[in-house]
Design a protein around this ligand. Structure first.
Ligand code: FES
Length: 162
């Protein structure tokens, strides 16, 4: 069975399901994005050794695999938390205090937007309009909208996450 060693995260990935998928697509054109999508579905993110493995298995230059993975924002090259929190800081949310919420969350979690807590519990992101300006200031927690919350409410939502 083939494995992918990801030393920084001290993680070993079972590559058998991905290899099987790559084999199914063999000979078809334009498969790289499909493979990267499946890899992310399987492992949650795309560590560098995994990208190298995909390059080897598909006969694609590693630079091309990395280029595609970095070009599309749907692909994550850093490990993600079990929970994804997205705070909006678009205009409507900003005028209603999202900046203060972001500062409070940064202090509480000890991370900056775009980072993941060291225990891999929460990935925290700042975005610029979630399309629900009427709920501002608004955030999503694992895709669920939480709106009209102050800093303290937001912190308690985060603390309640399992
Ligand atoms: S500006 Fe925040 S949801 Fe639109």
């Amino acid at each position: 069975m083939s494995h992918c060693q990801c030393p920084r995260q001290e993680e070993t990935l079972d590559l058998a399901p991905l290899d099987q998928y790559i084999d199914e697509l063999k000979g078809k054109a334009g498969i790289l994005i499909l493979i990267l999508q499946r890899a992310q579905e399987l492992y949650g993110w795309l560590p560098r050794p995994l990208l190298q493995h995909i390059a080897n298995r598909t006969g694609t230059p590693a630079s091309e695999v990395l280029g595609v993975a970095t070009f599309y924002s749907q692909f994550y090259l850093e490990k993600r938390g079990r929970h994804i929190v997205r705070q909006c800081d678009g205009t409507a949310c900003h005028v209603r205090g999202s900046g203060g919420i972001i500062e409070a969350v940064e202090t509480e979690l000890g991370i900056r937007p775009g980072e993941t807590t060291p225990d891999s519990k929460i990935t925290y992101e700042v975005v610029y309009c979630l399309g629900s300006c009427g709920l501002s200031p608004v955030a999503t927690v694992d895709g669920r909208f939480v709106g009209r919350l102050g800093s303290r409410d937001m912190i308690s939502v985060l603390k309640d996450l399992p």
